[in-house]
Design a protein. Structure first.
Length: 241
């Protein structure tokens, strides 16, 4: 991507984050709404959420079951095929069974809302130490993931961040630590691998949103050629995160 286009993207993202909120500014009622992207009223979502939470009375047990489904059944894809706006809809992500961090966060938010648990989208700037000095350097200088997405859930009037990005099979193959839900705690990307090597560093928290910012989706769609170049590179090299 050339310098001018990169400056344009950074400027556009900065404008979006001006309307982001802190977790204390989130309205839990707004974080239960169904919309075009977090379409949790879709019957497939309702059916799976109902089956996962049947007979479960504890809120944290509910969160755990929903989290583990999205973590493991929606396979992490570092460079998924993107065809249009519908690829950001929770119902589409569920049917496809794979996605990158934004898509997995959208589906987890939909699952939580379908269970009447307020859920928001969170964005972070993250450094992935595993990919430093790797073949990804061309596309991700310094291992920086500039717009990583996860979820925040409200339980008993307190917000907890949940990151279901990396699936169990990927973690097993790569020797990564598996993120797990623990009652009363946040679930974030692991700081180290199973061997103790540095893995993720959260550089900054970029903001909380009660709905997914369509500007993020539209920016990617406007930069279709760059995304396809990235996807072709990843698939050709058979790379994973």
């Amino acid at each position: 991507m050339d310098k001018n286009k990169l400056q344009y993207l950074n400027s556009s993202l900065s404008e979006v984050f001006k309307i982001s909120k802190s977790c204390n500014e989130l309205n839990p009622v707004h974080c239960l709404l169904d919309d075009e992207i977090i379409d949790h009223s879709q019957k497939d979502i309702i059916s799976i959420v109902s089956s996962l939470t049947e007979g479960v009375n504890d809120l944290w047990d509910t969160v755990q079951r929903l989290f583990e489904f999205v973590r493991d059944k929606i396979i992490y894809d570092f460079a998924p095929e993107i065809e249009g706006p519908e690829d950001w809809q929770a119902s589409t992500i569920l049917k496809r069974g794979s996605g990158f961090c934004h898509q997995k966060a959208i589906l987890l938010a939909a699952f939580l809302r379908a269970s009447e648990l307020p859920a928001a989208l969170v964005f972070q700037e993250v450094i992935d130490h595993v990919i430093l000095n790797s073949r990804y350097e061309k596309f991700l200088p310094n291992g920086r993931l500039p717009l990583h997405a996860l979820v925040a859930v409200n339980i008993n009037d307190k917000w907890y961040r949940l990151d279901a990005t990396l699936d169990a099979e990927l973690c097993r193959k790569k020797g990564y630590r598996l993120t797990k839900v623990v009652s009363g705690e946040e679930t974030l990307l692991p700081k180290a691998t199973l061997k103790g090597n540095p893995h993720f560093t959260i550089e900054s928290e970029l903001g909380y949103f009660e709905s997914y910012p369509e500007e993020f989706r539209d920016l990617l769609l406007k930069n279709w050629n760059e995304w396809n170049s990235w996807r072709a590179y990843v698939k050709k090299k058979h790379l994973t995160m």
